[in-house]
Each structure stands twice: as C-alpha cells, then as structure tokens.
Design a protein around this ligand. Structure first.
Ligand SMILES: Cc1cc2nc3c(=O)[nH]c(=O)nc-3n(C[C@H](O)[C@H](O)[C@H](O)COP(=O)(O)OP(=O)(O)OC[C@H]3O[C@@H](n4cnc5c(N)ncnc54)[C@H](O)[C@@H]3O)c2cc1C
Length: 560
C-alpha cells in the first residue's frame, strides 16, 4: 500500500496565557476530522503545528480554535493592506516600518493594536506615560474604587432602616488611597503590561510621537514610517484659565484622587459625571462639598427629571448645589481659596480649602505636528473624524477621547478596534453609537440609553412616555431605598422602545436590558410580555413598560 503524503501547516494562535490554554487548543485541533496531530511548542510561541492525514478545510481548524475561546489565523496568509489611499497623504513611497502605527497606549490603543495583529498586519504602538492610559490609571478604576470605599463608609455609619449613625470609627484616608493605588497597579499589570507581553508581535515604542513635515513619525530621535496611523492619544482635564488660577492651583480629577490629605471643604466647578461622582465621594469621606454649576441643572444632557432627582438626593446628604453660577475670578487668602462669581446677576464669594475644576476634558493633540499632515481639528482641539474614524488625512485615523466621541472607555475600545480594521482593510464598518448606554456612578446611579423624550420629538417620532417611581419596584422597597425613577420613551406608531432613563440604586446593572431591547428593535409589549425575576431591580423596566397601559399601583405582585 503506498504511503499517504503528510500535509503540515502552521497556525498563529492568539489569546493563550498559560500552559493549560495550549492544552485546550491542542485538544480542540486534535478533534477536527483529518487532523493526525496538533502540537503547540509552548503557549508563549503563539503557534500550532498541525499534521493532516487528508485535505482539511483550513477554516474548520480556525473555527475549532475559536470555539475553544482563542483566535487563530493561517501563518502563510499575508493580508493585503487596503489600497484606497490617495497620494500626497503623508503616505509617500519610502520603505514602511509598519502597516499600522497606533499612537497612544490606552484602552483604544490596545484594542486597535490587538485587532491589527489579529488581522495579520505589522503593528507598532507608541506610548507616552503610564501604560493603559486614563481609565486604569486616573479614570474609571481609581474613581470607582474610591466611590465604593466612600459608599461602604457611608453605609456603615447608618442603621439600614432608621438612618442612625451607629458604627463609624475614624476614617483612614491613607489606607483608602493606598488600596486604590494597589488596585490600579495590579490592574495596569494584568490588563495592559501582561497583555502586551502576550502579543510579542506588537512593537512597543516608548515616547511622545509627533508627525514631521514629510509625514513620517518622530519618537525621540527615531523616525518611523507606516502605511496607516491611528491617533488615540486621549485627553486631559480642561482647566479654565480664570484670573487668579495660578494662585489658587485648582485640583483636577487626577490630583484630587492623589491628595495626601483630604481638605475640610471643597468647591467643585461643574455638574456632570466626574463632578458628581467625585463630589459625592468626597462628601461621604467627610469633606464639606459645594457644587457650583453654570447650567441651570445638574447633568444637563439627561432628562430633566434625572437632573432634579440627583440634586434632591445630593442636597439630602448635605451637598450644597448652586446653579446658574458665572465664575469671574479666583483668589486665595492663606489656605482659603475663593471663587468670585455672579449668581442671578448678584456678586457672590464662595470659600473653601480647595477648588476642584471638573469642567470636561480636552483632546491631547498639542505638539503632535498634526498641521504637518493635514489632520483637521475642531475649535477645541479635538480631531474631526467620520463614522469610520477616518480623519481629513485618509491615511490617518483617530478615535477615543482625542475625538469628540463620548468619553467612555468601552466606546474608546470599540472605536480602536473598528478604526484599526477600517484603516487596514478599507472603510467597511462605521462606529455605531446609536445604542450606547451611559452610567454615572453616583448613589443612586444614573443610567441612560437611546433617545430622551426631547430628542425623540426632535427626530419626528410620535412620542409616548411612561415614568414610574422606584416605590413601585419591590426590590427597592425591600432594600428600603426607593429613591429614583424609570422613564421609558417609545414610538406611539410602532410601539418600539426608543430610550430608557433611570435614576436608581444599581441602575447601571438595569440599563443593559433596555440597551438590548433598543438595539434589537423590541417593542414595549416585548418587555411587558417577558418574565422578569421578582425582587430584582430590573423588574422596574417591565413595570415601566406596563405603565404605558395600566395603573401599576393596582397590580398585585410580579408585574403581570
Ligand atoms: C475620573 C474619570 C473617571 C472615568 N470613569 C469612567 C467610567 O466609569 N467608565 C467609563 O467607561 N469611562 C470612564 N472614564 C472615561 C475613560 O477613562 C476614557 O474615555 C478612556 O480611558 C479613553 O481612552 P483612550 O484610549 O481614548 O485615551 P487614554 O486612555 O487617555 O489613552 C491615551 C494615551 O496616549 C498617550 N499619549 C498622549 N499623547 C501621546 C503622544 N503624542 N504620543 C504617544 N502617546 C501619547 C497618553 O499618555 C495615554 O497613555 C473616566 C474618566 C475619568 C477622567
């Protein structure tokens, strides 16, 4: 009998982080019909060699690896970079070091670099500052762990039913701050440093990147050229240069969370997410907090009911809030900082130990030589992009906080992955933010998705609205915390859900159900016809859906 000719091929395998991953992938490949033996030389090798007894559809091998929870591609596949870039775009003829250089090693940068590698391209990533960027170092992670610590401290001090202060001992800010720093360091290591190490194909270049006049990229004394660039350099706190600002040295979100000592009193300029989250945290840690806001209501982009609700709850906790404040200048007398402002036309002075400017963030575009490569910026210095995240220079893409995209880390990461693919393989997928949930981690939380009532009307829908108070939700009653409301916005004609706006404890956990409902075009009746578990906060969505038709106060248990 003639000996059968053996076929061998090699796969690139992504996502293996330990020896048992290698074992899982080997097992998955060995189960594919026609595979004689699959072997992984070591999980760090990121490859598998597969001997076949017969011709096997290569996609079957890739699918088997993916079903096991990893990614694979064929080694010999050489992907072609999309060729639709016009000349004169900073993408001249010289030798290219990379297919894609990602500028910025934050959440968008990592998602983009990994996508580029998964697609089989040569990727460089330039990082300036701490690996991981804003979210892990000075944003989501430190703020959310401080919020949690302050909440635990606040709740420990109150009898769950009577609001009596029973259990408080003395607060140790040093411990809270150092535990926050430990968490940040651990997560930076596991989610960024270790992940970068698991992708040896990503060439990491440390330093500040800027574009030269010939379109090349300068990092320190080195010059790099790539077919495509992706700018994901994030943002920094916007510090308005009021007269007297140098003397007062206001805090920003980063320096506030790093303070060695908490102030006795704090004035916050601003009334959106970061002002509210960190303001309530500080108040719960014993700081006397006064929020001064120019707009007439907190969180002005949200439903008015939500702005009014959070103001009431904050005031009940002892946080001062003044709206309609026009700041003229700042000054300092010894350790006291002063805000000089006009409120309803009257001159006022507000005094505190520290002032925290929470007035939004500006894009990191200064000094990057973007004028050399014709990348258009808006009046605030943010990079202008289209839905594919392409800039005015077709060879250069941008996404995340350096653009005007909403400042959420999951938006940045999704933008990074989308932009990377579009840059390398042609504009195929727009970044879809039509059903983007947003959460503000106050207590109670604020969570929204889809259109507000006003937006739906502006867009020409025949709008219907249902609003219920949390008193109708059994979970809230059992928790003895009925603060909040749920507002649903729907289209009268089709009965489709268009928006959900919630202020309630754990609203962030509830909003995802509404997100899926809106994303997949569900009707209000789909929500009210679905079983929701009793004594969950998310049952409130079903009650709000039923409230379009019924008086829910007259329902027995279980929202039917
Ligand atoms: C206090 C606070 C709390 C937040 N909480 C949340 C939350 O709970 N949930 C949520 O979803 N989002 C939250 N965010 C927002 C979230 O952190 C950001 O949207 C997200 O991190 C932006 O990611 P990015 O990749 O666009 O930019 P970044 O993460 O900022 O990364 C940009 C990186 O590029 C580097 N860089 C800058 N210029 C250059 C250059 N020229 N060359 C090389 N590198 C450069 C920067 O140093 C940085 O490392 C919060 C933000 C803050 C400030």
């Amino acid at each position: 009998m003639p000996e059968m000719k053996k076929l061998e091929l090699e796969l690139d395998v992504r996502g293996m982080t330990c020896p048992s991953c290698a074992h899982h992938v080997e097992n998955a490949l060995n189960k594919v019909e026609g595979v004689e033996k699959a072997k992984i030389p070591g999980w760090q090798s990121n490859k598998a060699t597969v001997s076949l007894t017969t011709d096997v559809d290569q996609q079957e091998l890739i699918n088997a690896v993916e079903l096991a929870g990893y990614k694979a591609s064929l080694k010999e596949q050489k992907p072609q970079i999309s060729a639709d870039i016009p000349q004169g775009s900073g993408n001249g003829d010289q030798r290219k070091d990379f297919d894609l250089v990602v500028i910025g090693a934050g959440s968008a940068g990592f998602a983009a670099a990994i996508k580029g590698i998964d697609l089989g391209f040569r990727v460089g990533m330039v990082g300036d500052g701490d690996l991981g960027g804003t979210c892990v170092n000075v944003g989501c992670v430190p703020s959310k762990t401080l919020i949690r610590a302050a909440e635990a401290w606040h709740n420990a001090g109150h009898h769950p039913f009577k609001g009596v202060n029973t259990l408080k001992s003395s607060l140790d800010w040093d411990i809270i701050r150092s535990e926050k720093d430990t968490l940040v360091a651990d997560m930076r290591q596991s989610k960024y440093s270790d992940v970068l190490a698991a992708y040896p194909e990503i060439t990491y270049i440390e330093g500040f990147a800027s574009f030269n006049k010939d379109g090349s990229l300068q990092v320190g004394d080195k010059i790099y050229r790539a077919h495509r660039y992706l700018i994901v350099t994030g943002g920094h706190p916007h510090m308005i240069q009021f007269p007297g600002v140098e003397e007062v040295e206001p805090l920003n979100s980063t320096t506030l969370m790093e303070l060695e000592q908490l102030p006795e009193s704090l004035i916050i300029l601003g009334g959106r997410a970061i002002a509210l989250e960190l303001g309530q945290t500080m108040e719960r840690l014993g700081v006397q907090v006064l929020i001064l806001q120019r707009s007439t209501r907190l969180v002005p982009d949200h439903e008015p009911e939500i702005g009014r609700g959070i103001k009431d709850y904050f005031e009940q906790e002892g946080i001062g809030i003044i709206n309609g404040v026009q700041v003229d200048r700042l000054s300092r007398e010894g350790e006291t900082r002063i805000v000089h402002a006009r409120v309803m036309g009257q001159e006022k002075e507000f005094k505190a130990d520290q002032i925290f400017m929470a007035l939004g963030r500006n894009a990191n575009t200064d000094g990057m030589g973007l004028e050399n490569v014709n990348v258009e910026l808006d009046a605030n210095g943010a990079i202008v992009v289209d839905e594919y995240q392409q800039t005015s220079n077709p060879a250069i893409y941008a996404t995340g906080d350096v653009t005007n995209n909403p400042e959420f880390v999951y938006v940045a990461a999704s933008g990074g992955s989308t932009a990377s693919k579009n840059a390398l393989t042609g504009n195929q997928k727009a970044l879809d933010l039509s059903t983007m949930p947003g959460v503000i981690f106050t207590d109670p939380q604020i969570a929204t998705v889809g259109l507000t009532e006003a937006q739906a009307r502006q867009q020409g829908y025949e709008v219907k609205v249902s609003t219920i108070n949390l008193e109708h939700v059994a979970r809230a009653q059992a928790n003895r915390d009925t603060r909040g409301l749920i507002k649903l916005v729907a289209d009268e004609g089709t009965n489709r859900l268009l928006g959900a706006h919630i202020i309630a404890a754990e609203a962030g956990e509830v909003i995802q159900t509404a997100t899926l409902a809106i994303k997949f075009g569900l009707k209000v009746s789909d929500l009210s016809d679905t079983l929701f578990p009793y004594l969950t906060q998310v049952e409130g969505l079903k009650l709000a859906a039923l409230a379009f038709e019924k008086d829910i106060a007259m329902l027995s248990c279980c929202a039917v």
